[in-house]
Design a protein around this ligand. Structure first.
Ligand SMILES: [Zn+2]
Length: 254
C-alpha cells in the first residue's frame, strides 16, 4: 500500500508542478492565473487536455509544440518532475499527516521563488508578503507540527533572518538586495530559531561553491551577480526537513 500512496503523491506533485509552471510564467508579468487558458507561447494555439498531461505530454511530443513545433521550455518538465519527486519524498518522510500538507505548501512556495529568481532575478513581494501571512497563521494555529516552529521561535527566526541579511547585504555591496532580505525574513518565520541559521549557512556555502565553479569554468564573469534566491530556497527546505538532524550530527562531531 505504501508504494501506491507514494506513486499517487508523485503524480499529484507533477499535476501541482504543472500549475506552479503557470504561476511562474504569469506572476512576474502580472498576468491572470486563470485567463487565458494554457496556450503555446509561440503560436498561441490553445492547448487541449492531451497536451497538458504533466511530464508525459512533454516526453510524447519530444519537447515540441504539437501545432507549430516550437520548442517547449525545458523548465516546464523540470518543475513538474521536481515537484513530483518532492511530493513523493515528503510522503515518505511524513506519511499522510498535517506535516505532509504543511511541508508540501512550503516546498511549492520555495520552488516558485527559486525558479522566478533564476529566470528573472526577482523575488516578488506579491509572493513573499502573502507567504509571510500564511506562515504566521500556520505558526499560530498549527504550532504542534514537526515542521512548524511555533510563534516565539518563528518570530525569533524572522528577526534573526532580517538582521543577519541586512548585514550580509551591506557587506556584499550590491551583490544582494531587498528581495533577499525579505526572503531571509520569510525563511526565519518558516523554520524558526535556530534552524534559520542552518538555512542561511547552507545557502551561503552552496552559493559560494556554485559561484566559484561558474567562475572557474568561465561561465560567469566576476562582475555578474548570481541570484541568491535559489540557494536560499534550497537552504530553507533542507533546514525545514532535516535541520534538526543536521544540527545533532554537527554537535556530535565534538
Ligand atoms: Zn505552438
Amino acid at each position: 500500500m505504501e508504494i501506491i500512496w507514494a506513486v499517487v503523491f508523485a503524480l499529484l506533485g507533477m499535476a501541482v508542478g504543472s500549475f506552479l509552471n503557470v504561476v511562474i510564467d504569469r506572476l512576474p508579468s502580472a498576468k491572470s492565473l486563470v485567463f487565458p487558458a494554457s496556450h503555446c507561447g509561440s503560436c498561441q494555439q490553445r492547448l487541449s487536455a492531451k497536451d497538458l498531461i504533466p511530464v508525459l505530454s512533454y516526453l510524447a511530443l519530444r519537447g515540441r509544440c504539437r501545432y507549430c513545433q516550437a520548442p517547449i521550455p525545458r523548465r516546464l518538465l523540470w518543475v513538474e518532475m521536481g515537484s513530483g519527486a518532492l511530493f513523493a519524498y515528503l510522503y515518505w518522510l511524513y506519511g499522510l499527516s498535517p506535516d505532509l500538507a504543511a511541508s508540501a505548501f512550503y516546498g511549492c512556495l520555495f520552488l516558485v521563488l527559486m525558479v522566478i529568481d533564476l529566470e528573472h532575478g526577482l523575488i516578488l513581494n506579491k509572493i513573499v508578503y502573502p507567504a509571510m501571512v500564511v506562515a504566521l497563521a500556520i505558526n499560530i494555529f498549527l504550532p504542534d507540527l514537526e515542521v512548524v516552529p511555533g510563534i516565539a521561535s518563528g518570530a525569533g527566526g524572522a528577526g534573526l533572518g532580517l538582521g543577519l541579511f541586512l548585514l550580509i547585504v551591506i557587506a556584499s555591496r550590491g551583490g544582494m538586495g531587498w528581495g533577499d532580505i525579505k526572503m531571509a525574513t520569510l525563511i526565519g518565520l518558516v523554520t524558526g530559531f535556530p534552524l534559520v541559521l542552518v538555512a542561511i549557512l547552507l545557502a551561503v556555502v552552496l552559493g559560494g561553491l556554485v559561484a566559484v565553479v561558474l567562475l572557474l569554468l568561465k561561465l560567469r564573469g566576476r562582475k555578474q551577480a548570481i541570484p541568491f534566491g535559489p540557494f536560499l530556497s534550497l537552504g530553507a527546505m533542507a533546514a525545514l526537513l532535516h535541520g534538526t538532524s543536521l544540527v545533532d550530527w554537527y554537535l556530535g562531531l565534538f
